[in-house]
Design a protein around this ligand. Structure first.
Ligand code: ADP
Length: 726
C-alpha cells in the first residue's frame, strides 16, 4: 500500500476531487460515515452539492490550503468544517485531495463562550480575571466604569491589588490571601477606588485551571453593597438615637391597668424611661404596681388615675394640664392608648411656666381693669388705622358696641383730616408722643370735640398707636360761650340800638296807624258811614298783621343762636324738593321757573340750611321783574375747603351801593306798599352761613337780576375754634 493509500484509510474524512469540475472522484470510509451517503452516491456528486456556500468551490479553484466552510450531510443537517487542500498526482491526473475536519463542536463552544463573555461583561457585578502573576487580563464593563478604565486600556499595567483592598476592614469574613490556595472562596471585602473612596462588596473568587490541572487564572466577582451597609449603619444609628431620646425625653411610661372585681384599681409599669424614674423619684419600677411604689398617690390623685383608665379602655387620647396636689406640682400630661387596657403616660412638670402664666394673667387682668374703668376712650390702632383694641369708654364715646368698633378704621370716626393725612399723622405719632385736638363723628352722626393723647408702641415687630381720647365738647362749648358772651356784650349795645330803632320806627309805624284809626272811629263828632268804618277797621287789621310778622321774624332771629339741632348729613336735593312744595303757591302765582341739578349732600344743621334756602328763594320770588318770565337757578361749585352754592334770579336786581347794606338787620330797599317785608331775612341768612363757618355775598345789576352766593365749610375742614363773625 502506498503511503497515500495508508493515509486514505485513516479516520480523517477525505475526498478526492476533480481539480477543475469539483466532481467527487473518491471518498474514504470516514467520509461515507460523515456524509451518510453510500460510496457510489458520494462519488456521483460534486463538491458543490454538499457545500452550503458556493464560494467554497471557487476557493478550491484558487488552490487555497485551508478553507472554513459548511457542508450539508445526507440528513440535511449542516456541519461547520475546515478543508485542508493539496494537489496530488492520482491516476496520472492532477487531483485535489481534500481532508475535511468537522469543527461544529468547536464553533458552538466558541459561540457559547462569546455569550458567556457578554453576560460577564454586562453583569451588574464587578468581575476581574487575573493570571497567576497577579496581572489583570480582563475587567468587565462595570468594573471598568467603577475605576474609570477605558475599554481598550492596557490592562497589563494593573495588578490585582490595585483594585482589591485585601485587608477586609469592615466585616470581612474570609481573608482572601489565605484562601488563595483554594479553588473557590466567598466573603465581604472593601474595594478602594483610585481617588481613595471605598466601597463595600460581597466577593467570590474562583481559580481557573488549565488541562493539566495547574491554576491559570483567578476570576473575582464583586457586588457593591455599600448602600445596604449604609442603610444598616443608619438604622443602627437611629436606633441608638431613639434609645437616647427615649431616655432623655420627658417622663414616659408604658403601663397596664389592673382590674379588681372588674374595677380599675391599679396600674403596672411595663416599660419606663430614665426621665420618668427621675421625675417620680423611684428607681427600678418596671414590673411593679403603682400601689407598691406610691400607695398614697393612687388614693390622692384618683382623678388622674381614672383618666388613665378611661383612655386605656376607650383608646381616646387625652392631653391636659393639671395640678397634682399630692406632689404639689403642675403637670402637662399626655395619655394615649395603643392596646386595650394599656396606655402610654408622659408628663412634664410645668410649674415655671404656670407661674409665669399666672403673672401674665394677673398683669393682663390689671391692664384690662384699668382699661375698662378709665373714663377716657382708650384705643389701640395699627399703622393702617385699624382698631386693635378699644375700651368701654371709647365705644360709648362714639356710640358703637364693642363688636361694631372692632371693624372700624380711624377714618370712620375722625372727620378732621382726610384718610391719607390721618395715616401720615399716625406714623408721625408712633415715633413721637403727641397731644392734639380733633373732631370725631359718632355712630348717630353727631360730632364731638376730642383731645387725643397718643404714643407709639413697638410690639412683635409691629408698630401700634396707643391713644386716649377725651370728649371735650362741653369744654369747647363753654369756651365758645365765653367768647360768645364777650362778643355778645360788645354786640348788645348795637343790638339794643337796632331793637330800639325797630321799636321806635318799624313797630311804632303800625302802632301809630292803629292808634290813628282808633281815634277816628271813636270821634263821635264825625258821622262815619258804615263804609268808612269798614275801611278804618281793615287798616287796623293790616297794621296788626304787620306787627305780627315783625315780632315772629324777630323771635326767629333771636332764637337762631339757641338752635340746639346737631349737625348731620343734609341732602340739598331733598331740601330743594321740599321747598318747592312749601313755596308751591308763590311759585305758581309768579309763574316762576326753578331749575337745579345734582346738588350735593353736606354736613350741616338741617333746620338752618332749610331756613337759608327758604329765605333766598322767597326773596327771588318776591323781588321779581313783572315784565319778564321769572327764572330762578340754584347751583353748586365745589371748592377745596367749602361747598359753594348760588341762587340766581332775573328779577329787579340791586344797585351796587346797596350790595352790602341789604345784609344789615332791618335794611330794606323797598317800601311796605311796594313789597311787604321786615328787613330781617338776609340778616338771618348771614347768621346761618356764619354759624357754618361760611360767607354770603351778592352780585347784581339793577334791572338784570341778582346772584346770591354762600359757602358752607366742608366736613374735615372745620377749624378748632368756631369763630363768630359779625
Ligand atoms: P325783606 O325781604 O323782608 O325786605 P330781606 O332782608 O330779605 O328783607 O331783604 C332786604 C332787602 O334786600 C329787600 O327789602 C330787598 O329790597 C332787597 N332784596 C333782597 N333780595 C332781593 C332780590 N332777590 N332781588 C332784589 N332785591 C332783593
Amino acid at each position: 500500500m502506498s503511503p497515500f493509500e495508508t493515509c486514505f484509510k485513516s479516520s480523517a474524512v477525505m475526498l478526492l476531487l476533480d481539480f477543475k469540475s469539483g466532481a467527487i472522484v473518491k471518498a474514504n470510509e470516514a467520509a461515507i460515515k460523515f456524509y451518510g451517503y453510500t460510496y457510489d452516491e458520494l462519488c456521483g456528486m460534486n463538491i458543490s452539492d454538499i457545500t452550503v456556500y458556493n464560494s467554497c468551490v471557487n476557493l478550491l479553484n484558487f488552490n487555497l490550503k485551508e478553507v472554513s466552510s459548511q457542508h450539508r450531510i445526507k440528513d440535511s443537517s449542516i456541519r461547520d468544517i475546515k478543508i485542508y487542500n493539496s494537489i496530488i498526482q492520482y491516476d496520472y491526473k492532477e487531483i485535489n485531495w481534500a481532508i475535511i475536519q468537522d469543527v461544529s463542536k468547536e464553533i458552538r463552544l466558541k459561540n457559547k463562550l462569546k455569550i458567556f463573555f457578554r453576560i460577564v461583561d454586562d453583569s451588574d457585578a464587578m468581575i476581574s480575571i487575573s493570571d497567576m502573576d497577579r496581572k489583570i487580563t480582563f475587567l468587565n464593563k462595570k468594573m471598568r466604569k467603577t475605576y474609570s478604565i477605558a475599554e481598550k486600556a492596557n490592562l497589563s499595567n494593573f495588578e490585582i491589588q490595585d483594585f482589591y483592598n485585601n485587608k477586609g476592614k469592615i466585616v470581612s469574613k474570609l481573608n482572601i490571601t489565605e484562601t488563595k490556595k483554594r479553588d473557590f472562596w466567598k466573603g465581604e471585602n472593601e474595594m478602594q477606588n483610585f481617588d481613595g473612596t471605598k466601597i463595600h462588596v460581597i466577593q467570590s473568587g474562583i481559580v481557573i485551571k488549565d488541562i493539566t490541572g495547574s491554576p491559570e487564572f483567578t476570576c473575582i466577582t464583586s457586588i457593591d453593597i455599600s448602600e445596604k451597609i449604609e442603610g444598616e449603619l443608619n438604622s443602627i444609628k437611629s436606633e441608638e438615637l431613639y434609645k437616647s431620646l427615649f431616655d432623655t425625653m420627658n417622663g414616659f411610661a408604658y403601663c397596664k391597668i389592673i382590674y379588681e372585681n372588674f374595677k380599675a384599681s391599679d396600674l403596672e409599669f411595663i416599660k419606663v424611661n430614665k426621665a420618668f424614674e427621675l421625675q417620680i423619684g423611684y428607681k427600678n419600677i418596671v414590673g411593679k404596681r403603682l400601689s407598691e411604689i406610691a400607695p398614697t398617690f393612687l388614693e390622692k390623685e384618683i382623678n388622674l388615675f381614672s383618666r388613665c383608665a378611661y383612655v386605656a379602655n376607650s383608646g381616646v387620647s387625652e392631653i391636659f394640664e393639671t395640678y397634682a396636689e399630692s406632689v404639689g406640682l403642675w403637670l402637662s400630661i399626655s395619655i394615649q392608648s395603643l392596646a386595650k387596657d394599656h396606655f402610654i403616660l408622659s408628663f412634664e412638670v410645668i410649674n415655671d411656666r404656670k407661674e409665669k402664666e399666672k403673672l401674665i394673667e394677673g398683669l393682663l387682668y390689671r391692664y384690662h381693669s384699668l382699661l375698662e374703668i378709665a373714663s377716657d376712650g382708650i384705643h389701640v390702632l395699627d399703622k393702617k388705622g385699624k382698631i386693635i383694641e378699644a375700651n368701654e369708654s371709647f365705644c360709648k364715646m362714639l356710640g358703637y358696641s364693642k363688636n361694631e368698633i372692632q371693624l372700624l378704621n380711624i377714618s370712620d370716626w375722625d372727620i378732621n383730616w382726610p384718610k391719607e393725612e390721618l395715616l401720615k399723622r399716625i406714623s408721625e405719632t408712633i415715633s413721637l408722643k403727641s397731644i392734639f385736638q380733633t373732631k370725631h363723628i359718632r355712630k348717630d352722626g353727631t360730632v364731638i370735640d376730642v383731645e387725643i393723647n397718643a404714643i407709639g408702641i413697638h410690639l412683635d415687630n409691629k408698630d401700634y398707636l396707643y391713644a386716649s381720647a377725651r370728649d371735650i365738647t362741653l369744654r369747647k362749648e363753654n369756651e365758645k360761650k365765653i367768647i360768645e358772651s364777650n362778643f355778645l356784650l360788645k354786640k348788645l349795645n348795637a343790638d339794643l340800638e337796632s331793637f330800639a330803632f325797630i321799636a321806635s320806627h318799624d313797630l311804632k309805624a303800625p302802632l301809630n296807624n292803629v292808634n290813628g284809626f282808633l281815634k277816628l272811629l271813636n270821634n263821635k263828632k264825625e258821622n262815619l258811614s258804615e263804609d268808612n268804618k269798614e275801611v278804618y277797621l281793615k287798616y287796623i287789621q293790616k297794621s296788626i298783621d304787620q306787627m305780627n310778622i315783625l315780632t315772629t321774624e324777630l323771635l326767629q332771629y333771636s332764637r337762631m343762636g339757641n338752635n340746639k339741632d346737631e349737625f348731620s348729613k343734609v341732602n340739598i336735593n331733598e331740601v330743594m324738593n321740599s321747598l318747592k312744595l312749601t313755596l308751591a303757591e308763590p311759585i305758581q302765582y309768579n309763574n316762576a321757573y326753578i331749575c337745579y341739578t345734582e346738588l350735593p349732600t353736606i354736613f350741616a344743621n338741617k333746620t338752618l340750611i332749610h331756613e337759608l334756602f327758604m329765605n333766598l328763594l322767597n326773596n327771588a320770588l318776591k323781588y321779581h321783574d313783572n315784565k319778564k318770565q321769572l327764572e330762578i337757578e340754584v347751583g353748586y361749585t365745589e371748592q377745596v375747603n367749602t361747598h359753594q352754592f348760588y341762587i340766581r334770579d332775573n328779577g329787579l336786581g340791586i344797585a351796587s351801593e346797596n350790595l352790602e347794606k341789604i345784609f344789615i338787620m332791618f335794611k330794606r330797599l323797598h317800601t311796605q306798599s311796594e313789597y311787604m317785608g321786615t328787613g330781617i331775612g338776609l340778616a338771618l341768612c348771614k347768621r346761618i352761613v356764619e354759624s357754618h363757618e361760611g360767607k354770603i355775598w351778592v352780585e347784581s345789576e339793577l334791572g338784570k337780576g341778582s346772584t346770591f352766593y354762600f359757602t358752607i365749610r366742608k366736613l374735615g375742614h372745620w377749624g378748632n375754634h368756631t369763630t363768630l363773625q359779625n
